[in-house]
Design a protein around this ligand. Structure first.
Ligand code: APR
Length: 231
């Protein structure tokens, strides 16, 4: 079996990393994304943007993977043993999938523990806070290596190639509110793939899925992954 899995913020919610939308203290309810997560916002007030991502980076460094991350890492290993493969495409900028043991993770929205030079584009590892004084080796200003609204996601060619090769499409912990990720299910259906949604509640494109399971990711992902490996 060749599995394509798309994950979103809901997978990391139980690790204490906020989701963007939905009930309660969702990030984009508390903060205006146009003031914090656009290239224009960074040009206008880089210190404000750095403060926002510095706080999220510190939060991430204090967080740990949960049972959903662990189940997906086990699934990757189990499928490989059976001659199958799993491509894990995440919208998340945290490193919890990797910390749980997943090895084939595509971060289409970038990574919080990396910085990028706004001038030369060089990407480097970053665990400390960034500030307006942070510079790359060639003197360019550093920004978080994340994809902001209005910017093109990363690795789109690899992602569509993996969709092309997959037999099953699964979305876990995502609201289906942000494109192009929210459109992957339609691409998958157009290729005749069976599509499954695992989420706390129906996503914005729940109707596109053949199978839907609702609950907390740490509870529904391990049992679903076990079923896949038992096939
Ligand atoms: N278990 C499973 N699902 C959960 C849980 C949980 N414990 N908690 C919340 N959810 C679900 C919510 O019901 C919601 O549908 O996770 C989804 C999270 O949706 P969003 O907050 O919109 O996150 P995501 O879909 O990843 O957002 C996409 O938007 O803001 C941008 O770049 C950012 O990558 C992000 C993109």
């Amino acid at each position: 079996m060749n599995l394509f899995i798309l994950t979103g913020a809901g997978v990391s919610a139980e690790s204490g990393l906020g989701v963007f939308r939905g009930p309660g203290a969702a990030l984009w309810k508390r903060y205006d994304p146009m003031q914090l997560a656009t290239p224009e916002a960074f040009a206008r007030d880089p210190a404000l943007v750095h403060a926002f991502y510095n706080a999220r980076r510190r939060n991430l460094l204090a967080a740990s993977p949960n049972a959903a991350h662990a189940a997906l890492a086990r699934l990757e290993a189990g499928l490989a043993q059976r001659g199958g493969a799993l491509t894990l495409v995440t919208q998340n900028i945290d490193d919890l999938h990797e910390r749980a043991g997943s090895t084939r993770v595509i971060h289409m929205h970038g990574e919080l523990l990396k910085a990028r030079c706004a001038a030369c584009g060089a990407v480097s590892d970053r665990r400390e806070d960034l500030s307006t004084d942070s510079r790359c080796d060639r003197g360019g200003a550093l920004r978080p290596h994340v994809v902001w609204f209005g910017e093109t996601p990363l690795y789109m060619e690899e992602i569509y190639a993996a969709l092309e090769a997959a037999d099953l499409f699964v979305a876990i912990g995502t609201s289906g509110a942000v494109y192009p990720a929210a459109g992957f299910v339609r691409e998958a259906r157009a290729r005749g793939l069976r599509c499954c949604e695992l989420n706390l509640e129906p996503s914005e494109n729940a109707a596109e899925f053949d199978e839907r399971r609702y609950g907390r990711a740490s509870e529904i992902t391990p049992s679903w992954a076990q079923e896949i490996l038992a096939r």
